[in-house]
Design a protein around this ligand. Structure first.
Ligand SMILES: C[S@@+](CC[C@H](N)C(=O)[O-])C[C@H]1O[C@@H](n2cnc3c(N)ncnc32)[C@H](O)[C@@H]1O
Length: 323
């Protein structure tokens, strides 16, 4: 979860969450029912640490100040925490004390990194990363596989429900030992790698080079030798690299909230495979893409909601399309 900084005329600065619909209003978070009990304690401790050390908070309208975000990645199955402090260029004051405090107060924290974002865009992804403590990654277990998670690569936020999501996807796709499975929008390769033992071969396609690096590393970590990963835009790779779809008979696609690019959908529709499982975190773009698939000759089977984000209005879904 990402906690944001902003200056606040009444109390020097705030560290917490955005008020709904406001990019420039942050409230101080003290309790949170979405995360583990530890995470709000880290937020409260960090707020005090920042006050005592005199570091400045970033102002999102004037683009001044130093600290932009505190990102906490906390695994549910292995109970490891990464702290990612996102700042503009500059050094964290009293870094040694910060590391000592963390070690004594929050032993679950295994790594602390600093990401530098000098851009105006209010995102936590950095242009540069410094590892201040630990190895720069945390490790999670999903089904039978181990995964290394880095600060900037996508990983599902709710591991327990991710296991349910993937199991549901596998029940729908019914993998078997002769299948060549395409894991489209594969992130760090989690779907394909957890399915790898059930199929002959896995192909992963993903835009983010760091996620693909993690996917390759995760394949090695799990002794998986039947997975190949491609980096680039799905819509371009599917068109320009025919070997990706060659022999594929099952596809699991898991696009971002914007849904699938029309050209990527077109490449799938023109290809001859038997099953397509579509995982979506945005029912409205899913509905748009489902219409295109149905108009192109697929029939839509089950659509199963999965509550990946409990206590929020968001819903994930898994669906099956067959010719
Ligand atoms: C919802 S995540 C799915 C990740 C993965 N399937 C998982 O379960 O962890 C969507 C992924 O699509 C990637 N992505 C976004 N646009 C893309 C594009 N045009 N082509 C390929 N990958 C893209 C993102 O970087 C992100 O990793």
């Amino acid at each position: 979860m990402e906690f944001s900084f902003n200056t606040d005329p009444e109390n020097d600065f705030a560290l917490g969450l955005h008020r709904r619909g406001r990019f420039d209003e942050i409230f101080n978070l003290n309790e949170c029912y979405l995360t583990s009990e530890t995470d709000p304690e880290i937020v409260k401790w960090f707020r005090t640490f920042v006050k005592e050390s005199g570091m400045s908070a970033y102002n999102v309208t004037e683009h001044t100040g130093f600290l932009r975000f505190l990102m906490i990645r906390h695994t549910q199955n292995t109970n490891q925490i990464m702290l990612n402090i996102v700042t503009v260029d500059g050094e964290i004051i009293n870094l040694e004390k910060l590391i000592d405090d963390v070690k004594s107060k929050f032993p679950e924290v295994v790594t602390i990194v600093q990401n530098i974002n000098n851009q105006k865009s209010n995102i936590s992804k950095g242009e540069k990363e410094f590892i201040h403590y630990g190895d720069g990654f945390i490790e999670e277990r999903i089904l039978d596989c181990r995964f290394r998670i880095y600060a900037n690569s996508f990983f599902q936020t709710n591991s327990l429900q991710t296991e349910n999501l993937y199991k549901t996807a596998f029940e729908l796709i019914q993998p078997n030992q002769n299948d060549r499975l395409l894991d489209l929008y594969c992130g760090a390769g989690t779907i394909g790698l957890t399915a790898a033992k059930m199929v002959d071969e896995v192909i992963g396609v993903e835009l983010e080079p760091t996620a693909i690096e993690a996917a390759r590393e995760n394949a090695k970590l799990n002794n998986i030798n039947n997975a190949t990963f491609y980096t680039g835009l799905a819509q371009e790779l599917l068109r320009n690299n025919p070997e990706i779809l060659n022999g594929v008979n099952s596809i699991i696609t898991d696009p971002p909230r914007a849904g699938m690019h029309k050209k990527a959908l077109k490449a799938l529709v023109e290809h001859d495979h038997k099953r397509l499982v579509y995982i979506s975190c945005n029912p409205s773009t899913f509905a748009r893409d489902a219409q295109i698939l149905v108009d192109s000759g697929y029939s839509l089977g089950k659509v199963i909601p999965v509550d990946m984000f409990p206590h929020t209005m968001h819903i994930e879904l898994v669906s099956i399309f067959e010719r």
